[in-house]
Design a protein around this ligand. Structure first.
Ligand SMILES: C[S@@+](CC[C@H](N)C(=O)[O-])C[C@H]1O[C@@H](n2cnc3c(N)ncnc32)[C@H](O)[C@@H]1O
Length: 327
């Protein structure tokens, strides 16, 4: 119990190390305290106390000459691994909202709105630095899932995929790289679409992806073969999720059009394997105001919007593709 109660201090300490860029510096070569203090600009005696905690939890090692290095566990904090997620989990807005989780549990309201006076998506549109931290975290989370979707799903006859709320394009980049005949439409809010443009150009895919800015509560681009949504429905309460699905249903006019929803699934009977999804569920409650769901719950939402759930395909340990077709 002691460990569970103090775990948030460990998370914060690891996140601060990530914010300071310590994994990046140590990935190059082991550093002494003085070198790390110079590289990070941190207060040397206090930095030492942080480094010692990180040694105690197995993230860093310290050799006899006082040089610090990443352990195998610490290696996970490198930029190409979980570094962006470490920075996001301890970012001020995430941390401040979790600090008022009590509000969400007592009232069902969004702790985020209590702290910031607005919803998350509005906040990100007004705070580009925080939005960049969020985007980088989504990219780190979505990259391996995109690989899984691209290799586990048969895109054979699909000409165009709309990625609804597709963020910075990570999912479309993964799918289009594996399927050279597929074209994409990236649909998201205007400020997000602007950030995605550069990434798609960098990936050499700008010509195969049309960028469309809008709101999925109003209208979604019509006539595509597939409507893909990853980590969208879990951001919203049921009535909002049904509204988004209805806009997709109205747009899914092509013969054989299908809906591909990529989400975590809660078990019907909660067990230890659900821990990550349950943490995400509370995060959805406190921040965007959504929830994680079971397969049956998704099936029910699909039906209300005019889709039928056909099958569920697991993608790695966390995510599933839920495939549905218009009724
Ligand atoms: C949790 S992120 C998921 C991003 C991406 N699908 C992924 O999994 O990497 C949710 C996305 O929904 C977008 N979004 C929020 N409200 C929206 C709206 N009304 N219309 C379109 N997109 C919206 C956000 O900008 C964000 O990119």
């Amino acid at each position: 119990m002691w460990r569970l109660l103090t775990q948030f201090r460990v998370s914060r300490a690891i996140g601060v190390a990530a914010e300071l860029g310590i994994p990046k510096f140590l990935a190059r070569h082991p550093h002494t305290l003085a070198q790390l203090a110079a590289d990070t600009g941190a207060h040397e005696p206090s930095l030492l106390r942080l480094l010692h905690l990180l040694v105690a939890v197995g993230v860093l090692s310290e050799d006899e000459s006082g040089r610090f290095a990443l352990t195998d566990l610490g290696d996970e904090l490198r930029e190409e691994n979980l570094g962006p997620l470490a920075r996001f989990f301890v970012s001020h807005h995430e941390w401040a909202a979790w600090g008022r989780l009590d509000h969400s549990i007592k009232t069902g309201g969004r702790a985020f709105d209590l702290v910031y006076g607005m919803r998350t998506w509005e906040f990100y549109s007004e705070h580009p630095a925080e939005a960049a931290v969020f985007d980088a975290a989504m990219q780190a989370l979505t990259r391996p899932v995109a690989e899984g979707v691209a290799t586990s799903y048969d895109f054979g006859t699909i000409e165009t995929v709309v990625d609804v709320g597709g963020g910075d394009g990570t999912m479309l980049i993964g799918v289009l790289r594996h399927h050279p005949t597929v074209r994409g439409i990236l649909f998201d809010r205007p400020h997000v679409i602007e950030r995605a443009r550069a990434r798609l150009e960098e990936a050499g895919l700008a010509e195969r992806v049309e960028l469309v800015a809008g709101s999925f509560f109003e209208e979604v681009p019509a006539g595509a073969g597939a409507y893909h949504m990853k980590s969208i429905l879990h951001d919203w309460e049921d009535h909002e999720a049904v509204a988004i699905l209805k806009r997709c249903r109205e747009a899914a006019t092509a013969d054989g059009a299908r809906l591909l929803v990529v989400e975590r699934l809660l078990s019907e009977r909660i067990g230890p394997d659900d821990l990550d999804s349950l943490l995400s569920d509370l995060n959805m409650l406190a921040l965007p105001g959504g929830r994680e769901r079971t397969e049956a719950e998704f099936g029910g939402l699909f039906e209300q919007a005019g889709f039928e759930l056909r099958r569920t395909i697991p993608i790695g340990p966390l995510f599933h593709i839920l495939e549905a077709t218009p009724i």
